[in-house]
Ligand binder design. Structure first.
Ligand code: ADP
Ligand code: UDP
Length: 237
């Protein structure tokens, strides 16, 4: 597989074309951003951890019947993935109140829900990724009704699988963001990444944050938290 020119550089990854029109190479960076790019920094070693973790989790999800873009890990920062046309929705599942949910609805962080929730934001940096509902997504022609049903089914499936896995690692899966895309045949697969950048992961006993909130909120120990969560994962997967 030949790595050809860079197609895109995002906030956390670079995307390259390959000699196969159906495949791309993603390369994970150590760059970290928060608050729609207003806060910028570096988390040393993050790219290596996120690449590895995302691939291990996607392999596990594939095994449980959820299709993903994952093809093959090429090296410590680069992965071969199926090229998709990204559905411009950020799909957020929550098990416990935190972050923007707590702020928006005035609920203390840490309050557990009776059942998981789902919400969508319009993946559009210029608009600041505004929250929208399924009707809005359909009105904007971001996805069809069938696609939204599939996305919801997969997203809740990911939650059940990952919640159980992280529990074995002594970690509580608080919330996370997923992105889905369409393959050339139109079928929906899980794309992008699943990592401490895109999930809230709390130590089950102490409640210690082992995710990007340490960076967002200047809590310190960012690199140590990424290393710790990776260690938990590799000893249990
Ligand atoms: P952002 O664009 O938000 O800054 P990243 O730095 O993570 O995010 O860039 C990676 C980009 O690649 C994202 O826009 C993401 O939607 C897109 N992407 C992820 N997986 C795939 C895929 N399999 N095919 C095409 N694009 C993808
Ligand atoms: N999230 C993400 N990318 C975003 C927004 C959110 O990966 O652009 C993740 C975030 O890491 C958390 C979950 O989605 O695990 C819910 O985030 P929330 O809506 O609470 O937003 P935040 O508090 O991060 O602004």
């Amino acid at each position: 597989m030949k790595k050809l020119e860079q197609l895109y550089e995002g906030k956390a990854k670079k995307v390259f074309r390959t000699d196969d029109p159906e495949l791309l190479i993603v390369s994970y960076k150590d760059d970290a951003t928060a608050f729609n790019g207003l806060k910028k920094g570096t988390i040393v070693g993050k790219g290596v951890i996120n690449n590895r973790m995302s691939n291990l989790l996607m392999k596990r999800l594939e095994a449980s019947g959820i299709p993903t873009h994952f093809v093959e890990e090429l090296n410590d920062r680069e992965t071969l993935v199926k090229k998709v046309s990204i559905v411009p929705l950020e799909v957020i599942i929550r098990n416990i109140a935190a972050g923007s949910f707590s702020k928006r609805y005035g609920v203390e962080e840490g309050v557990a829900f009776d059942f998981p929730t789902i919400e969508f934001s319009y993946k559009n940096d210029a608009l600041g990724d505004p929250l929208l509902n399924e009707y809005h997504a359909r009105a904007l022609r971001l996805a069809s009704a069938d696609e939204i049903e599939t996305i919801k089914r997969y997203a809740f499936g990911v939650n059940e699988e990952l919640k159980a896995f992280w529990k074995e690692c002594g970690v509580t899966l608080v919330d996370f963001k997923l992105e889905f895309g369409r393959l050339s045949d139109g079928s929906i697969v899980l794309a992008d990444e699943i990592s401490p950048d895109t999930c809230r992961l709390w130590d089950s006993k102490t409640g210690e944050k082992l995710d990007k909130d340490r960076f967002r909120r200047d809590l310190g120990g960012v690199e140590d938290a990424y290393a710790e969560i990776m260690k938990r994962l590799t000893t249990h997967i």
